[in-house]
Design a protein around this ligand. Structure first.
Ligand SMILES: Cc1ncc(COP(=O)(O)O)c(C=O)c1O
Length: 390
């Protein structure tokens, strides 16, 4: 068959090949290694939420739902934001249901950025940020977070802004580092947004995974930020149904409406029966959210202990379900080579953090492991990794 001589992939997407998660999960499948690479739980979420999805399918909720999301889910999202964060939202106009946080991020960048606009974000960054900024024809301006504490450098933050800055894209709790931005750091970001009339888009998919008594502070709750912040989250992580892809964007009517305009041409609507089930899930009692958090905190401790015993330098996370390690104590320098060899060497798959950095020197020796797995899987992985010392 004749093909065009022009490369099929546009220049906007050149360099964004297969995501590292797909690549590493394929490696796990091929080698039979334990997959601590991709961030998905290996058990289902609450049985009653599963039953709610089945009931919704049987009840005939199988055709296109309303574009912004079914009313009960929008009301549930608004009630969740009030219950956990004290944020008041009108479910009619200030809440949009999306196909996971991933679609909300894409739709937000496509809707809010003109070609040539700049987006300030923090590295290491979740990989879809760079791709969606590129799809929107915008430019990323990256502020580097450095281990061990990944604190924001105020000078580097100030230097990332320019007259072309359209928005700040902030992820807290932060993947891959597990950092939870402090109120003081968020104030710093908010100060720039207010002072320069810049929007904020926040990715808070790990909002319920904050450990050791720390608090998750949504940027939208800081003074003067509600009117300029689009807050994104998702049911995938909070309820352990990452395959259902129900997410949401909330905020001022004008921002939500802009994002809905883009969303309607991306997916039009999002999975009808799962919306009913997540509406149920959002109404679970506080005890669910608390035991989810303490359960994951215990898994964090379990995997961190195993990684330490294996001789890795562990950067203990304050939130999310990832832990980053520095491989240099093992005499290793290159996380990518280490991760490619790890399935053969130890029967475990992890993710090289360097793929989330523009400044590859900072990320080169760092490797991320996911601990959202059954205890016996974590223990088995730890036992295998213990052999690395030798
Ligand atoms: C920081 C961050 N944002 C967004 C997502 C994707 O969320 P969803 O599955 O709801 O699209 C992930 C998933 O790993 C993530 O880590």
């Amino acid at each position: 068959m004749a093909t065009s001589s022009r490369a099929p992939l546009t220049s906007r997407l050149a360099g964004f090949g297969t995501t590292i998660f797909a690549e590493m999960s394929a490696l796990a499948t091929r080698t039979g290694a334990i997959n601590l690479g991709q961030g998905f739980p290996d058990t289902d979420g609450p049985a009653e939420v599963l039953e709610a999805a089945v009931a919704a399918i049987r009840a005939g909720h199988n055709q296109y739902p309303p574009g912004p999301g079914i009313p009960t889910l929008r009301a549930g999202i608004a009630a969740h934001q009030r219950r956990f964060h004290g944020i008041e939202l009108d479910p009619d106009g200030e809440v949009l249901v999306t196909t996971g946080a991933t679609e909300a991020i894409a739709a937000a960048l496509l809707a809010l950025c003109e070609p040539g606009d700049e987006v300030v974000t923090f590295e290491p960054y979740y990989d879809s940020y760079a791709a969606c900024i590129a799809l929107a024809g915008a430019q990323r301006r990256v502020v580097t977070l450095r281990p061990p504490d990944y604190a924001i450098d105020p000078e580097a933050l100030a230097a990332a802004f320019s007259p072309r800055t359209r928005l700040v894209l902030l992820n807290s709790p932060h993947n891959p580092t597990g950092k939870v931005f402090t109120r003081a750091e968020l104030e710093l970001v908010a100060g720039h947004c207010r002072g320069r009339d810049v929007l904020a888009v926040t990715d808070e998919v790990y909002e319920h995974l904050v450990f050791d008594g720390r608090e998750h502070v949504p940027l939208a709750t800081l003074p003067g930020m509600a009117e300029r912040t689009l807050t994104i989250s998702s049911a995938g992580k909070t309820f352990s149904f990452t395959g259902w892809k129900i997410g949401w964007a909330t905020g001022p009517r004008a921002l939500v409406s802009a994002v809905q305009t883009a969303k309607q041409f991306l997916t039009f609507v999002s999975g009808a029966p799962f919306q009913h089930a997540i509406a149920h899930a959002l109404g679970l009692p506080d005890a669910y959210f608390e035991s989810f958090r303490t359960g994951l905190q215990a898994k964090r401790d379990r995997l961190c202990a195993g990684l330490e015993a294996a001789g890795l330098d562990v950067l203990r996370p304050a939130g999310t379900y990832f832990v980053t390690t520095d491989i240099r104590p093992l005499g290793e320098r290159d996380g990518r080579a280490f991760c490619l060899a790890l399935p053969e060497r130890a029967g475990v798959v992890a993710v090289p953090t360097v793929v989330f950095y523009d400044d590859e020197d900072v990320g080169r020796p760092l490797v991320r492991f996911a601990f959202c797995k059954r205890d016996e899987v974590i223990d088995k992985a730890a036992a295998r990794l213990a052999g690395l010392r030798g």
